[in-house]
Write a protein that binds this ligand. Structure first.
Ligand SMILES: [Zn+2]
Ligand SMILES: [Zn+2]
Length: 245
């Protein structure tokens, strides 16, 4: 079944042109297998994570690191989310793909990365018993200038694969937060404080939320969004990110 205009366009395109990989633009020789619009090399480059990651903040850690209480990066942080599931490190082809998603024609790429995420991280997500999928919202100004919210496109596909409700308007961004790097934890928390609001009619009581973002840098934004969801009654918040810096 066709789920979006972008998908319909791709299907029509395939009737005229051979499929081209959305990351490397290679179209192979007609015998090269494709998966979700990506050639097999690009699909495995963005979905196979060769590193170990901290289960709490998704930061890359050494293979023998004890992460029972988080890693050196997050042990002192009071994150409001419980865990973070990532597709990979913000590097190489995944970094390029995430950067390309931020252009107006990046929506198809965002959708297929969402599908690849749901498919390849299915066991980790299933273990969390997710009730609802919520994207980190963009401020209206940023959404207007970009044309769409890339995290919402990723989240919509994850929800569709998981067959759980997708709530794109449950969380609102009510304050524009500058994106410059904040040097200290206190400054980072202050920068995002009060940035989000939960819609008044939302019923989150006792629910486990999968909060979706494209990139995680320090975790401060996701933590503030998670804090807002918990304050509105959510039981737990688990974060899904495509790429962790
Ligand atoms: Zn490719
Ligand atoms: Zn950590």
């Amino acid at each position: 079944m066709l789920r979006s205009v972008a998908e319909l366009t791709r299907h029509l395109g395939h009737l005229i042109y051979p499929p081209a990989c959305l990351i490397c633009h290679g179209c192979g020789d007609g015998t090269t297998p494709f998966r979700h619009g990506l050639c097999i090399e690009c699909h495995s480059a963005v979905t196979v994570d060769p590193h170990s990651a901290c289960p709490r903040c998704a930061k890359t850690v050494g293979p023998y690191t004890n992460t029972a209480n988080g890693c050196v990066e997050c042990r002192g942080e009071s994150f409001a989310f419980e865990q973070t599931i990532r597709l990979g490190l913000y590097d190489g082809k995944l970094r390029n793909a995430v950067l390309r998603m931020k252009s107006l024609d990046g929506e198809g790429l965002a959708e297929l990365l969402g599908r690849a995420f749901a498919e390849t991280r299915a066991a980790a997500i299933a273990a969390e018993k997710i009730d609802v999928v919520v994207p980190i919202p963009l401020h209206w100004w940023r959404k207007w200038t970009r044309g769409y919210n890339q995290s919402a496109a990723v989240a919509r596909e994850i929800a569709s694969e998981l067959r759980v409700p997708f709530e794109s308007r449950l969380l609102r961004r009510v304050r524009f937060t500058p994106q410059q790097a904040q040097p200290t934890r206190a400054a980072r928390q202050q920068n995002v404080k009060g940035a989000f609001q939960v819609r008044r009619s939302a019923n989150l009581t006792g629910r486990t939320v999968l909060l979706v973002d494209d990139v995680m840098t320090t975790g401060s934004t996701a933590s503030e969004a998670a804090r807002t969801l918990l304050a509105a009654g959510a039981e737990r918040v688990v974060v899904a990110v495509l790429a962790r810096r």
